[in-house]
Design a binder for this molecule. Sequence first.
Ligand SMILES: Cc1cc2nc3c(=O)[nH]c(=O)nc-3n(C[C@H](O)[C@H](O)[C@H](O)COP(=O)(O)OP(=O)(O)OC[C@H]3O[C@@H](n4cnc5c(N)ncnc54)[C@H](O)[C@@H]3O)c2cc1C
Length: 258
Amino acid sequence: MKIVVCMKETPSTEVKKELGTDMRLVRNPQDAIINPFDEYTIEEGLRLQEKHGGEVVILTMSPAQTTDNIRKAMAMGADRAVVVADPSLAGSDALATGRVLAAALQKIGFDIVLFGQGTADSNGGVVPSITAEYLQLPLLSLATKLTIDGETAVIERSAEVGYVKVEAKLPLVVSVSKSINQPRYPSMKGIMSAKKKPLETLTLADLGLAANQAGSAAAHDKVLAAESVSTQRKREIFVGNDGAAQRIFDFLSDNKII
Ligand SMILES: Cc1cc2nc3c(=O)[nH]c(=O)nc-3n(C[C@H](O)[C@H](O)[C@H](O)COP(=O)(O)OP(=O)(O)OC[C@H]3O[C@@H](n4cnc5c(N)ncnc54)[C@H](O)[C@@H]3O)c2cc1C
């Protein structure tokens, strides 16, 4: 089975995000991490391979041609990676991202494409559906469980009460929710072998796309403003035991927690 995992690099959740005057996120390569949601996507791809054989290919559209994060994904166990990197990608919106990923997926070939549920930076959550639409393939979205039986994929998706079960035939696109699995850590053997695994770089021209089909030239949405929210929490610190239990009890009681 040919499994392609779409992975985005996002700025570390630890660093302060900054927008440039063009309202684009300032991306420092040294601060980039694997989009936390995509660690679950990679894990699910590896689990599918363990059950059904075949290969796991990481696909990313990234400002950098090769990064530690792509190597980390391969250290987790992926067989190879394809990076779409081209100066004309700057300013791409989600629509253009889906167009570029779909073109790359057609070039790579696949039985199943896996996406995460969203990203730690833009978190539009729409790239999986846009890509599926460009590919004209079914999308089984927000899977909390994924099984493949022959030519059929079945997912479970959490609903208000319980879950829904949906199936579709391969080839298809699946987006996974972060409750689907527990991602593994790369092993020392994986880290060593990742250095030698193939990494292919594609440009827009390699995908048969013109420069004006991606990047700011093709963007339909524009970021108008962004504001950070205060994460400062109200807190009270008790030093020593004197009266602390009563104050905690009063606090819980006043807030109708108990
Ligand atoms: C050089 C460069 C510059 C860019 N500039 C801008 C910009 O100025 N403004 C802007 O809006 N966007 C820009 N983008 C695109 C942007 O980073 C996102 O990829 C895109 O907007 C998707 O939005 P999202 O993060 O909300 O994805 P979501 O829909 O939340 O992502 C869901 C899932 O889709 C997959 N996915 C998303 N993005 C990628 C990707 N790039 N590669 C592989 N898989 C992916 C992941 O599996 C992810 O879990 C740029 C991209 C590049 C490479």
